[in-house]
Design a protein around this ligand. Structure first.
Ligand SMILES: [Zn+2]
Length: 135
């Protein structure tokens, strides 16, 4: 089954073709980034001449409505919707830090982490409640 991604604001498709398309900006640079629809595949296509260094935080927005895709969970993550069925979506959170490989697919059944750097976000709670710690 193909992975279909949508903007959480306007519900436009973010992958009309083979890639997920998002708008990125960093300092004065703006452009479109192409990402693999396959979760955990970190191949990407950046605009020619786009200058980013590892560890820099990049802003991601919807190419259709311009809505900020920053996750409500963490400002270093972005969030898009992944269709799982009729009117049913998983929330896909991905790192907006250049070079950082961390992706989380948030389903009703739980959070599924991907990427070598996912452990950096171990303390996050994707369900909106404080994580309970043992007393
Ligand atoms: Zn949108």
């Amino acid at each position: 089954m193909a992975n279909d991604y949508f903007c959480p604001h306007c519900r436009s498709s973010l992958n009309p073709g083979a890639h997920v398309v998002m708008r990125i900006s960093h300092r004065r640079q703006r452009g479109l980034i192409l990402l693999s629809p396959q979760v955990g595949n970190y191949r990407r296509v950046l605009p020619e001449g786009f200058d980013l260094e590892s560890g820099e935080l990049v802003d991601f927005s919807c190419p259709v409505c311009g809505g900020d895709l920053t996750s409500p969970v963490d400002r270093k993550l972005g969030e898009v919707l992944l269709r799982r069925g009729v009117d049913e979506y998983a929330r896909v959170n991905f790192s907006k830090v250049f070079g950082e490989r961390a992706t989380f697919v948030v389903e009703t059944s739980g959070v599924h982490p991907y990427g070598a750097h996912a452990a950096r976000y171990d303390d996050l709670n994707f369900f909106g409640e404080g994580r309970s710690k043992s007393p």
